[in-house]
Design a protein. Structure first.
Length: 421
């Protein structure tokens, strides 16, 4: 049992990263606007992305290194490709997550200035992460995860008992705005459960957990931790979809494109179920969910970019975090902060800025997914992880189907204007 607890952590961090924008924002909107007609997209995205996240944890357990070191083994071209994908996505993703987090913070504390709120969230994140204290991050995310799980499952059960406001049309594709349906498909699947390039974070957090505890878990222990987080994330996506469908679908209500208003509308979904007395509890819970995601995303990108830069410079991964690594981590964290703030400053003036930023970030993440998926599949061959760590046949079959799935829908996204016209 003690060894299991030592392995537990990276999977919860993964779940916290996933259960943010993709669930609280995108899944809820999917249910509210389209009922259960997009349930298939949520299920398939979770199924076909699963192998590539699992491979990140598997590679780290097999080698004791992050899968970013594996990209280096595939050649400088693969490592530079990952660097480019990370560089493009990190500003968009962190700004989108921060935009949502600040909206919930404004609802919780009654703040009115978006930029001031964003700065406050930035400062708190930097203060927490600048020390590079993985133990604190790990503990904080576990507490937030429990709060999230309890509040969401309670709301889900109560909504089921109360029943839907609209009694029919949940699965009727013909009853929804079909053009909006297909335009929303890629933004929904882009971060469902999260972006594929974030699979490297699983391996980074697994390696960091080994450093923290001094215990190298068995493969089954690492995969149990990951699978626990992944299954919780998938189930909660369906919960949020149901909340949106039961309370808002076919009621004439729609979500605002404003981040602050949207946050209030999401909180109202819960208060309509529990009653107005629950507003402060739900507001705290919703903000905690997004704040946990925000911190995990800033940490993940900072670690990933730090490791990538070190590998590009020819350095090898160390079993201990040295001063140079910490300094580079902090520098990257500050660069991400500056870039994210710039994007938010540009988008927040636009009434539709919140919606545009989230959809842009999620769509770009999806388009980049096939490349990382292929890299990860190659790196779990016997040549790289050893025969004992090669994934079973059924996972490899899902992986190949996943690459086809991601590629087909990437082509759809690129040519969607011609296809939908």
């Amino acid at each position: 049992m003690s060894n299991f607890l030592k392995a537990l952590g990276p999977g919860i961090l993964f779940a916290s990263t996933a259960i943010g924008v993709s669930h609280l924002v995108q899944s809820t909107q999917a249910g509210a606007n389209f009922g259960f007609t997009l349930l298939w997209a949520i299920l398939l995205a979770n199924l076909f992305k699963y192998p590539f996240f699992e491979f990140g944890s598997r590679y780290a357990n097999a080698t004791g290194k992050s899968i970013i070191s594996g990209y280096k083994l595939l050649g400088k071209g693969a490592l530079w490709t990952y660097f480019g994908i990370t560089f493009i996505s990190m500003f968009l993703v962190t700004s989108a997550v921060l935009f949502v987090t600040s909206g919930f913070m404004q609802q919780l504390f009654g703040l009115t200035d978006t930029i001031i709120t964003v700065i406050i969230v930035f400062l708190i994140c930097i203060a927490l992460l600048i020390s590079d204290n993985f133990k604190f991050l790990d503990g904080m995310i576990k507490v937030i995860g429990i709060l999230l799980l309890v509040s969401t499952l309670t709301a889900f059960v109560m909504v089921l008992l109360k029943g839907p406001i609209a009694k029919e049309g949940f699965f009727d594709y013909d009853s929804v705005d079909q053009n909006a349906y297909w335009l929303f498909l890629i933004p929904l699947m882009g971060w469902m459960p999260t972006a594929v390039d974030l699979s490297a974070w699983n391996s980074l957090w697994t390696v960091e957990r080994i450093k923290q505890t001094g215990y190298h878990p068995k493969l089954k222990e690492t995969l149990f931790d990951f699978n626990l987080g992944y299954i919780i994330s998938a189930l909660l996506a369906i919960c949020f979809l149901t909340l949106g469908a039961f309370i808002m679908f076919n009621t004439g209500k729609t979500f605002s494109a404003s981040g602050v208003k949207f946050s209030g509308e999401v909180i109202s979904l819960y208060t309509e179920t529990f009653g107005s007395w629950a507003y402060p509890i739900i507001a705290i819970s919703a903000f905690s969910i997004m704040f946990g995601t925000c911190v995990a995303v800033f940490d993940g990108y900072s670690r990933a970019m730090t490791a990538t830069i070190q590998h590009l410079k020819g350095a090898e991964e160390s079993t201990k975090t040295d001063k140079k690594t910490k300094s580079l981590y902090r520098l990257v964290l500050l660069i991400i902060t500056a870039g994210s703030f710039t994007l938010i400053y540009v988008f927040h003036k636009n009434p539709d800025g919140f919606k545009e930023l989230v959809n842009l970030a999620t769509s770009i993440s999806f388009v980049m997914a096939p490349v990382i998926a292929i890299f990860n599949l190659i790196l779990v061959k016997k040549k790289y992880v050893g025969e004992a760590f090669v994934p079973p046949v059924w996972i490899r079959i899902i992986a190949w189907l996943g690459i086809v799935f991601l590629t087909v829908f990437t082509i759809f996204y690129i040519f969607k204007d011609q296809i939908l016209s």
